[in-house]
Design a protein around this ligand. Structure first.
Ligand code: HEM
Length: 85
């Protein structure tokens, strides 16, 4: 597993994500059900602390999104997951 390119590059980063896409992605994990998701349900385990961050307010997530839009886009395709050997 490799951490994602979250610069605003359209092709290899999250440049095509709207602010709503960004917030929804985090808030998806803000439920009691999310606490019991099995790895098989999503395919791969992630080091990204989605459950921890899901409790952030939309205002905070919006501020993070706006900051990330100010970062220089980097063209760098990341293969986030590859099967274990
Ligand atoms: C405020 C801090 C952080 C923000 C805003 C953030 C944001 C994101 C976003 C938006 C993605 C999905 C990108 C995509 O689907 O292309 C992602 C993925 C990822 N992040 Fe983070 N992240 C943060 C902190 C961290 C930390 C602390 C770790 C690990 C210690 C981490 C590890 C990962 C990994 C491994 C992925 C790829 C796997 C996945 O999508 O779940 N991130 N991150």
């Amino acid at each position: 597993m490799r951490s994602a390119n979250i610069t605003p590059d359209e092709e290899t980063g999250i440049g095509s994500w709207s602010e709503t896409d960004f917030i929804v992605k985090f808030k998806y994990y803000d439920s009691p059900e999310a606490m019991t998701l099995k790895v098989a349900d999503v395919g791969y385990q992630s080091a990204m602390p989605w459950l921890m961050y899901a409790g952030m307010t939309e205002r905070d997530l919006s501020a993070i999104y706006k900051f990330l839009r100010t970062v220089k886009p980097v063209k760098n395709h990341v293969e986030k997951y590859t099967p274990a050997k």
